[in-house]
Ligand binder design. Structure first.
Ligand code: S3P
Length: 172
């Protein structure tokens, strides 16, 4: 079984994914880490040197590889992964894969991402909190269409990672 976690940047996909994998005794795979290993470059450097379109092509290729696993795995996607190319279709067509959307409110995302903009090339040039919030509001609105096609979603804004893991284990 592959449990695939999606959600906006900062929604806790990697943290929750790691905890969930430990709890279920599954392997944990972080798509951004796999991309970094594949390219031997950090995500910000890939955006800077190759551009977003190349990043999306690499992301699609690495996702396909990750979905081929036959091990029980928790896979944390990047925030944009289900929204580009045929990625959502590839996930949906993977037998024994469950897609879960970790949903977070605009306010929680803004607070979290305010301190982490440097690591995220799409947000790195936004210069204040109000602009960041506006950007996330619009971006989330566009992306929600894809996220909402998950098998189920969980509201993570005020819930601890431990409780979220418990809820996922109960639902799968
Ligand atoms: C992106 C999210 C990032 C990373 C890249 C693009 C996006 O992953 O894949 O910077 O388009 O939302 P996280 O969601 O882990 O920050």
């Amino acid at each position: 079984m592959i449990i695939v976690l999606c959600g906006y940047m900062g929604s806790g996909k990697s943290l929750i994914g790691r905890k969930l994998a430990a709890q279920l005794n599954f392997s944990f795979v972080d798509l951004d880490c796999e991309i970094t290993k594949d390219q031997n470059m950090s995500i910000p450097d890939i955006f800077l040197e190759k551009g977003e379109i190349s990043f999306r092509k690499i992301e699609m290729k690495v996702l396909k590889e990750c979905l081929k696993t036959t091990e029980n795995t928790v896979l944390a996607l990047g925030g944009g992964t289900p929204c580009y190319g045929r990625n959502l279709e590839s996930i949906k067509n993977t037998s024994d894969a469950k897609l879960i959307y970790l949903k977070m409110s605009l306010d929680s995302l803004t607070e979290r991402l305010l301190n982490e903009q440097g690591e995220r090339p799409l947000l790195s040039t936004i210069d204040n909190k109000e602009n960041l919030k506006d950007y996330i509001r619009k971006h989330l609105f566009e992306r929600q269409f894809y996220y909402m096609q998950a098998d189920f979603n969980l509201d993570c804004s005020t819930t601890s990672p431990e409780t979220i893991v418990k809820e996922i284990v109960e639902k799968i």
